[in-house]
Design a binder for this molecule. Structure first.
Ligand code: ADP
Ligand code: MG
Length: 718
């Protein structure tokens, strides 16, 4: 046990705490009663609303259109009654500003009316609010004199009640826009991109002669996270300020035993997970899976997929609940991408597909030749989209935090490629090679590829964990997304580029059909063309390997290693063209985003570097020097003299590294992009030098002097 007093107290407290912190027992609760109890869901609407209002609201929900004012009053009254019955005192428009976090402003239902108070909630309060929005990042979209923005209810995402120990709030998921209608948030473009996918997929399906309902993008996000003890957390200023450790010598035991992944979940952690899941169930979040992840103290939670928009809202709520419930159990939930050097970081795998009533999942290989042709069509659209916008996809997962993880041999490289698996790859190769409408296939029937598709394996066996974008049987899994990310950005990009690819495919196919009446031959020609042009993005080998980096360069694929390299893709001409064409974001809206994300990168590196220097100066260097001073009496001994010399040598190294870091940070560039580049090229390496000296000291300074908990303590004590 640590001999440093602060660390010892923390450890003693952990060791002596009661083992089972659970506040409820699932066995005594009926999950089917809890499930969705805090959601104003369709069945509650149906019970509480007049028939005609319910019908029009349902139509709004299905088509993603706005509620009319007259119905809004009726719906608001019904929601209010329900919320009051459940004990809510306040309501809040919840929105998702470009900070990547959730924002909310609460108002009470209760207002004095002369005789006392009356609970009020108008239709207008339900569908629209005007939070003072001047303090949210807008990247130059609004000047301060028109700083107001407004939030508007997204009817496709149901209202819900958020319970805390001391009270409950009715939450209304909203989009957040400026008075001119410019998107100031993450939900607005996501909703626009969903509409774009529906429109474009409908065009393609029409050529297949398909009748169907609304085509929606779906998402199932897997969330990785760490749970560490609160008492140790509070002894680490780096963790409680930045959410990741900036120092820490490599522990004797890390993850090399491979005993953690899918291992038995410790009771204290399981109690916390169960309570988190219960809160999720109340909110109708369909949590499905929990397990231990690869690194010590790392875990994962995953829901069943939902419509991308609802999945986004639920994912944001899941992150909130993971953090909230953890504190009740004496844990802190770390969502940062790389909280600890030397063990795996955390990602958020975004599983994505498109489909709808009448056609099912469009990325599911079918049973008949016709269905297979349709599957290959949608699959080819994905291949084209990802190849054309590989840089943008990389940019959609770019952040200071995720840079520490991508390409670190635990997560996909920064090079975007697609894994298809051997079987599907073979089919794609066949389509590429076969001639379009070739004369040898008279009657145009047997066109190999679109007609015949082998049964594709869906089992987990041949999954390639090293690919950033993998086909996993009936969906694509975008694995480069960072654990702290909102899924809205990556999903918006996927939907938008997919919609654009489908539009192009529909144009080409319609043109080919004019020339060639045989559907299969026409389609074969179009797919052959797409796959020959864009097949280079497909890679089924080891994405971590050095050879792949070389091969990818040969293929001309982008390798945008850092955030400052990647973010400019957001305003690249290819991005602006597609986003404007699809009506998802305008050039100005894209520029504001790029500006905000670049600024946020600079802020993050700046804060972290300031903290590195503060901690090194005020905690670590003094500890090392005090230890060296205390060694003076034994300086004459062989071991004492040697140790003292070593400590002083490293302390000097640390001191000069701090100086170098401070002067690197002091440089200020005239524009944000130059500053970001400087942060990346100069400040980050200088931080690592400070860390290297400090970590070396941690390994030789006597334990009682070291002020911060070690990796060993943080990762293994619970
Ligand atoms: P695995 O990672 O072993 O493939 P699952 O098949 O359960 O595990 O999928 C992981 C995630 O992908 C889950 O959240 C799941 O709901 C989601 N998923 C499955 N099908 C789809 C789909 N059609 N669209 C989006 N996500 C999906
Ligand atoms: Mg996982």
């Amino acid at each position: 046990m640590s001999t440093n007093p602060a660390r010892r107290n923390a450890i003693e407290a952990i060791a002596s705490q009661p083992r089972l912190a659970g506040t409820f027992d699932f066995r005594n609760e009926k999950i089917d009663l809890i499930y969705g109890q805090n959601v104003f869901s369709l069945d509650k609407m149906e019970k509480r609303l007049p028939k005609d209002v319910f019908k029009s609201l349902k139509a709004n929900i299905e088509s993603g259109t706005k509620l009319d004012a007259a119905s809004a009053d009726v719906v608001a009254a019904a929601i209010k009654d329900w919320a009051l019955e459940r004990g809510a005192t306040h309501y809040a428009h919840v929105f998702y500003p470009l900070t990547g976090f959730t924002a909310e402003k609460h108002d009470t239902f209760f207002e004095p009316n002369g005789n006392g108070t009356l609970a009020q909630f108008s239709g207008k309060a339900l569908i629209q609010a005007e939070p003072d929005a001047s303090s949210f990042p807008n990247g130059g979209l609004r000047s301060t004199f028109e700083a107001r923005g407004y939030t508007a209810w997204d009817v496709t995402s149901p209202a819900y009640i958020f319970d805390t120990e001391n009270g409950s709030t009715l939450c209304i998921p909203t989009a957040f826009v400026s008075w001119k209608g410019e998107a100031l948030d993450k939900k607005t473009p996501l909703l626009r991109s969903m509409a774009a996918v529906n429109k474009a997929a409908t065009r393609v399906l029409a050529l297949f002669g398909k009748k169907h309902g609304y085509i929606s993008a779906s998402c199932g996000p897997e969330q990785e996270y760490f749970l560490i003890d609160t008492r140790l957390f509070h002894l680490r200023p780096d963790l409680y300020t930045c959410g990741r450790s900036l120092f820490g010598a490599k522990p004797a035991k890390g993850q090399e035993f491979e005993d953690q992944y899918f291992g038995t979940i410790p009771d204290r952690v399981l109690a916390c997970m169960m309570e988190t899941e219960r809160e999720c169930f109340k909110l109708g979040i369909p949590i499905k899976t929990r397990h231990n992840e690869v690194a010590p103290s790392q875990y994962e939670v995953a829901p069943i997929y939902e419509s991308a928009n609802v999945a986004h809202d639920h994912q944001m709520l899941t992150m909130t609940l993971l953090k909230r419930v953890a504190t009740k159990h004496g844990f802190v939930c770390l969502l940062a991408e790389k909280p600890f050097a030397g063990v795996n970081g955390s990602g958020k795998h975004v599983n994505w597909s498109i489909g709808g009533a009448g056609v099912g999942n469009l990325l599911e290989p079918g049973h008949s030749p016709h269905e297979n042709a349709q599957f290959l069509t949608f699959c080819s659209a994905v291949i084209r989209a990802v190849d054309l916008h590989q840089g943008l996809l990389r940019a959609s997962v770019a952040s200071a935090g995720n840079d520490h993880r991508l390409g670190a041999n635990e997560a996909p490289p920064a090079i975007i490629s697609i894994y298809l698996g051997d079987m599907l790859n073979e089919v794609i190769e066949q389509v590429k090679k076969s001639g379009s409408a070739s004369s040898s296939r008279k009657g145009g029937h047997m066109t190999l590829g679109v007609d015949t598709l082998p049964v594709l394996p869906k089992d987990a066996g041949d999954r390639n964990r090293t690919s950033p974008f993998a086909f996993t049987g009936n969906k694509f899994e975008f694995r480069a997304v960072g654990s702290a990310f909102s899924v809205a950005g990556p999903l918006t990009v996927l939907n938008t580029i997919m919609a654009d690819s489908l539009d192009k495919l529909a144009d080409d196919l319609a043109a080919a059909l004019k020339k060639n009446a045989d559907f299969n031959s026409a389609l074969q020609g179009v797919l052959k063309d797409i796959l020959s042009k864009h097949g280079r993005i497909v890679f089924n080998g080891n994405g971590y390997s050095e050879e792949w980096h070389k091969e990818a360069a040969k293929r001309g694929l982008k390798n945008l290693r850092t955030t400052p390299d990647a973010l400019p893709e957001i305003v690249a001409k290819s991005t602006v063209d597609v986003f404007e064409r699809q009506g998802v974001l305008s050039k100005a809206e894209l520029e504001s985003r790029e500006e905000i994300y670049t600024h946020s990168y600079v802020l993050t590196v700046n804060t972290e570097s300031k903290l590195v220097s503060d901690i090194a100066k005020t905690l670590l260097l003094p500890a090392a020097l005090k230890f060296a001073a205390d060694l003076t009496p034994v300086e004459k001994t062989k071991s004492g003299g040697k140790l003292r010399k070593e400590v002083i040598g490293l302390a000097d190294e640390l001191a000069s590294a701090i100086e170098a870091l401070d002067s690197a940070r002091d440089v200020s560039k005239s524009d944000t992009h130059a500053q970001a580049k400087h942060s990346c090229d100069k400040v980050l390496p200088a931080m690592l030098k400070v860390r290297a000296a400090a970590d070396a000291l941690e390994e030789i300074v006597a334990d009682e002097y070291w002020p911060m908990p070690s990796y060993q303590e943080i990762l293994f004590l619970r």
